[in-house]
Design a protein around this ligand. Structure first.
Ligand code: PEP
Ligand code: MG
Length: 643
């Protein structure tokens, strides 16, 4: 109020209100993490006040809150903090195996500064035209340079968006109302992106990210921001977080490795990074965003350690180590079709997790002895509409045909939580991971479950089919699902069938002795079991790194599950990400797990590892691990005893 001119504020692109009115400020209902935009009346002292107000907000407006800007760190202050850390090796959470090095390509959350109103409508229109022209030119160059067709198509779609006559017309309308070119552009893009994101079709909704992406490119030119140049050679991509859709767009030839500030090893984005075979470290803290672009970074996706500005000797070591890894992998692949038997003759079944029907052959080629988890919700997601019984039967039949007699463990639809299905709307929930998910959903839509079960048993034709239900937490859920299956079986008998449940809710592990009397097998989903035991959202941007499946509490639940199953002569598999973690393999073996199921590309190395182990030693190791006080202690103990 000490400034004469008017100062206005809006939250997240909402309506501007006077920043001098307390009641209006309160009614904005602004929350921590939202974006405030301030404007000041031109040609008054209020313009001067803007920077002071922004500074005050960043400092928490007199409250003890950590301002977002400070958390992410302004480049200047954190660069200094970071430089001090450079001398010691830095670590994050290993998310995808392998060594990689290259220039840092840092993508930071962008902040653009611009005047809200322009001085001259014609001049602003020209500015916009020049900016659009420049971005289109860059896109044409990128299209010419890019070899991968999928990436080319993304850039071509971006070009289409920029050529949209409706877009130009709408932005011009705002320019005619005296808005500056960046303000008019940003306002339009944000509105369009929000409308896009609200579409019920997930694939279409995800295109909002493309709109914002292209919007930022134009805005960067309008605000004279120097665009971060993609390094010429394969680089280490450094971002706050990489969403599953970002990872899917990555070009393996350009991105040597990924380093993110947040994220955990079992978030779905990390699962995709592994599937693409790009070494990745996640959850390495916001400080990584302050690594100077183009500085060489060396990452080790097996240990989570990374090095900024590594010495030539370190790079040489990494190249040598990578060569060794390639050799090890090559050798392991030569033997991938042989069984995994320990030195003292204990055999473990090694199976593949599958999300795409057409990947079955790849799994078999990598030595999968079975499919240990077919994530049918991913099969459903590949369809724009719910696949009917015939379509499903055909797809399951393809998997069984390709498996040529190897068992197929199919999980019934596990929708909900972080896996929505566009054509199966679920009411908004405050805690989707604790809500109508997995079996809780399909029991409420029995027709959907019945249809899936029928398609499965019809496709079986005497081949070894195993069906399991996800997210079972209570014995009633198992019995209700089994009753639906029994009904289906009356009409479609299926002789070579086993029926089981996933153990991914702690309550199921705790009542495993009761469940084991009724089921044919258990498959432990350590991703969710970890999430629910440690009460840490598996995709939580800050905490998920602490969700380590080797925590003794989870090992106790696995131990209890295996004992209960074996007492009833039933088998137990592990199909969460832990199954392929080299530190976890000896522990899981030692706990008596009969089958390990993992992403196909991990199979050769895990089989090779098992062949080097001694089962009796693993049993001792597992007993010690159960007594450890933390996941860290378990990992250190395995490191000491099994290198
Ligand atoms: C798990 O929870 O461990 C699991 C295998 O299932 P998903 O990752 O698909 O939830
Ligand atoms: Mg799960």
């Amino acid at each position: 109020k000490t400034y004469q001119g008017e100062i206005r504020v809006a939250v997240d692109d909402g309506q501007f209100i006077s920043a001098k009115s307390l009641t209006k400020l309160l009614s904005m209902g602004c929350k921590y993490g939202q974006t405030l935009t301030f404007i000041a009346e031109p040609d008054t002292d209020a313009v001067e006040g803007l920077s002071k107000i922004i500074q005050a907000v960043q400092q928490g407006l007199g409250e003890e809150v950590e301002a977002i800007e400070n958390k992410i760190g302004t480049q200047q202050t954190n660069t200094l903090e970071f430089e001090e850390e450079i001398t010691t090796p830095t670590t994050g959470i290993p998310a995808s195996t392998g060594l990689a090095f290259g220039p840092a390509h840092v993508i930071k959350p962008k902040h653009f500064q611009y005047e809200r109103f322009g001085n001259n409508v014609k001049a602003e229109k020209e500015k916009l035209e020049i900016a659009l022209h420049s971005v289109k030119n860059t896109l044409h160059q990128l299209i010419a340079k890019t070899e991968a067709n999928e990436i080319k198509q993304i850039f071509m779609a971006h070009l289409e968006m920029l050529d949209d006559p409706d877009l130009i017309q709408q932005v011009h309308q705002s320019l005619n109302q005296n808005l500056s070119a960046p303000a008019a552009w940003h306002q339009y893009i944000e509105k369009a992106a929000q409308a896009q994101a609200a579409l019920p079709d997930r694939l279409l909704a995800e295109r909002a990210a493309d709109l914002r992406d292209i919007g930022d490119k134009v805005l960067a030119v309008l605000c004279n921001e120097v665009a971060v140049q993609e390094p010429e050679q394969p680089y280490i991509l450094i971002m706050h977080d990489v969403g599953p859709s970002d990872v899917a767009r990555l070009n393996k030839d350009r991105v040597a490795g990924i380093l993110t500030a947040v994220g955990g090893a079992s978030a779905h984005s990390a699962i995709v990074a592994r599937a693409l075979g790009i070494p990745a470290i996640v959850g390495a803290s916001d400080a990584v965003l302050n690594i100077t672009p183009h500085t060489t970074v060396l990452i080790n996706g097996d240990t989570g350690a990374f090095e900024i500005n590594p010495s030539q000797a370190q790079i040489d070591d990494a190249i040598q180590e990578r060569e060794l890894q390639h050799q090890r992998r090559h050798e392991a692949e030569q033997h991938c079709h042989e069984p995994a038997i320990t030195l003292d003759q204990h055999q473990v079944e090694v199976a593949a997790n599958l999300g795409k029907i057409l990947d079955t052959e790849k799994a078999v080629n990598y030595g999968a002895e079975a499919i240990g988890l077919l994530r049918t919700e991913l099969v459903f997601m590949a369809h724009r509409q719910a696949p009917d019984e015939d379509v499903q039967e055909k797809e399951y039949r393809h998997v069984l045909d390709t498996l040529a007699g190897r068992p197929l463990v199919v999980r019934t639809l596990d929708v909900g939580g972080d896996k929505p299905l566009p054509y199966l709307p679920i009411d908004a929930e405050e805690n989707p991971f604790l809500g109508v998910r997995g079996i809780r959903l399909t029991l409420r839509k029995p027709q959907l479950l019945r249809q899936q079960l029928t398609a499965l048993v019809r496709a079986a034709d005497d081949r070894p089919l195993r069906i399991m239900f996800p997210m079972v937490g209570r014995i009633e859920e198992w019995r209700a699902a089994k009753a639906i299956l029994d009904e289906v079986l009356l009409k479609h008998p299926c002789p070579n069938l086993e029926v089981g449940i996933m153990i991914e809710v702690p309550s199921a592990a705790l009542i495993a002795p009761l469940l084991a009397k009724e089921v044919d097998f258990f498959s432990i989903g350590t991703n969710d079991l970890t999430q629910y035991t440690l009460a840490i959202d598996r995709g939580h941007p800050v905490l998920s790194g602490e969700a380590d499946g080797l925590h003794p509490s989870i090992l106790m639940l696995i131990d209890q599950t295996v004992r209960a199953a074996h007492a009833q002569q039933k088998w137990v598999g592990v199909c969460g990400e832990l199954a392929a973690d080299p530190k976890a393999v000896p522990v899981l073996l030692g706990l008596g797990v009969d089958e390990l199921s993992m992403s196909a590309s991990s199979i050769p190395l895990v089989k090779a590892q098992i062949r080097q182990l001694n089962f009796a030693d693993c049993q001792q190791l597992a007993q010690q691990a159960l007594k450890c006080e933390s996941a860290f202690a378990v990992r250190s103990f395995v490191e000491q005893t099994h290198g």
